[in-house]
Design a protein around this ligand. Sequence first.
Ligand SMILES: Nc1ncnc2c1ncn2[C@@H]1O[C@H](COP(=O)(O)OP(=O)(O)OP(=O)(O)O)[C@@H](O)[C@H]1O
Length: 326
Amino acid sequence: MSANTLEVRGLTVHYRTLFATIKAVNKVSFDVPKGSIVGLIGESGSGKSTLAQSLVLPKPPMHIVDGSAVLNGDIDLVKIGPALRRKILLKKVSIIPQYVLDALPVIRKLRVFLHDLAVEKDVDPKELEKIFVERLNMMNLPEKVLDMYPLELSGGMRQRVAIAIATLFNPSLLIADEPTSALDVVSQRYVLELLKDLRDSGIVESILIISHDISSIRQIADRIVVMYGGKIVEEGPIDEIISNPLHPYTKMLIKAIPPKGVHYTTTRLEGVKGVPPNLAAPLPGCVFHPRCPYAVKRCFTDEPPVVTLANGRRVSCWLYYEVRKE
Ligand SMILES: Nc1ncnc2c1ncn2[C@@H]1O[C@H](COP(=O)(O)OP(=O)(O)OP(=O)(O)O)[C@@H](O)[C@H]1O
């Protein structure tokens, strides 16, 4: 049996449009160990949502060029056909999408939606409704939500209802795409704690949580995977990466986290200078070299190797290739 809920290897995903091919995800490999919460971090446009969608519902113009994403050691999520995909969605893998209304029945009351879902998944509608009510209780939502339309709910309630639906069948892997980005600070904390409770109670085995905000993810993630320009530049245990980031991009992301009590009106915070890469025409060499203060000649021409370090840390940067050789 695999020690990982998910093993992604060499995953490469493009968008083929009339005007260009966007190389959104490029030879990405990482694991989601069983029982873990893994944070996928990176600025806007780094390929996080594309990676998530390619695992759950790849559709044109998205095109999976290469690689695999094996769930529970036996189902390759990027190679299965539509029938098996329909069967395992919600039951083995579930997503809370970035735009949560996409996942909710806008013109149907939740009770009706649940009934139709039970029929589709071949389970007893009464039993499914019972599980939904249990989830509502866990999420501090009243039972009357069953007779509401999702549009009648506040943003925070909608997010919790989407989580309740996504976890109805106790999936092995829950993917949460920016689950807190549209919420106020109190709701953000609530949703993050809820996700952790779902993992701790075994309702979901593992979680892949996507965010551009490393400071919110650090509250619940065990590991993080840092993406830049469609590639993974660094990964490892969250505490080690926060206290000792290695890749120049991760260093900049962490420097941009405001210390406790600091406000942008009184203190100038450092962001990541420069612009993200053009994924339709990527430059040779390291994807980060145009913004990297440490770039040397080789970074402009050759792709950096992935260097494996102690404690399950990996970094893709020429600086550490030299360190390892010494
Ligand atoms: N449907 C699409 N057609 C063509 N290009 C797309 C499509 N969706 C995304 N892209 C491109 O793919 C690249 C990666 O985008 P993606 O949304 O995966 O990044 P992200 O890290 O999730 O960013 P964000 O946090 O803003 O959602 C970007 O260059 C984006 O413009």
